[in-house]
Design a binder for this molecule. Sequence first.
Ligand SMILES: NC(=O)c1ccc[n+]([C@@H]2O[C@H](COP(=O)([O-])OP(=O)(O)OC[C@H]3O[C@@H](n4cnc5c(N)ncnc54)[C@H](OP(=O)(O)O)[C@@H]3O)[C@@H](O)[C@H]2O)c1
Length: 223
Amino acid sequence: MLGGTGKEGKGLAYRWAKAGYHVIIGSRTPEKAQSAAAELETLLSATPDTTMLLSPSVRLEGRDNITATQRADILVLTVPYAAHRATLESIRNAAQGKLLIDVTVPLVPPKVTKVQMPEAGSAAQEARQILGEGVEVVVAFQNISYERLLNNEPVDCEVLVAGTSKAARQRVLQLVEAAGFTGWDAGPIENAMVIEGLTSILIGLNQQHHSEYSGIRITGIKK
Ligand SMILES: NC(=O)c1ccc[n+]([C@@H]2O[C@H](COP(=O)([O-])OP(=O)(O)OC[C@H]3O[C@@H](n4cnc5c(N)ncnc54)[C@H](OP(=O)(O)O)[C@@H]3O)[C@@H](O)[C@H]2O)c1
């Protein structure tokens, strides 16, 4: 979880550790990562039904972003868009051959309710340009507020998943389900711009309707 010390990353880390995955929190500062991992361990030990309690081999650990990248099979990027390029450049070598789940929304403050896509088309396509073809890039969770992650309540928002190959999307859909969400294969990475862009619309709806976590659901299909 690169930038896993933040709001969205910590929430996803909690969900996956609860489901029994070994999660490495990454940070620019290893001490900050270790402290976030310890905080989540405390939270999980107070959580009923935690698979982690049943499996001593499953752990949370905190590392700097580059070591976390070297040690992980799947990378999850949860940093503000302003830190997107620098973080990706710092892990480019270590990331080769791996799968990156990019959760970044290319928000440009102060107008965060207006869709403002980067020249590449989306943050995910920019990530692909920076990392090269040796890294599969998949988008997911852009439309899930962190407010819905750090608890055990069922969440009625769904997750759209787009990315560079069907196999990579399928892998991420398994992780979406493990985090407690219904996921949908939303096609190639070019479709990431819609998923990332939706977040500005949801932030606008939150502001208009005094909510913290509007979300989306696909209707008309039985799963
Ligand atoms: N918050 C949400 O509800 C939500 C929902 C959907 C998508 N997202 C997207 O997920 C991403 C993370 O959001 P967030 O709310 O979790 O962000 P955040 O809490 O503000 O930051 C996440 C982490 O990014 C690192 N970071 C912050 N500024 C940085 C900088 N200038 N350079 C390098 N690293 C920096 C920090 O980690 P270290 O200091 O430990 O390195 C920080 O803990 C964003 O792109 C956001 O749009 C957020």
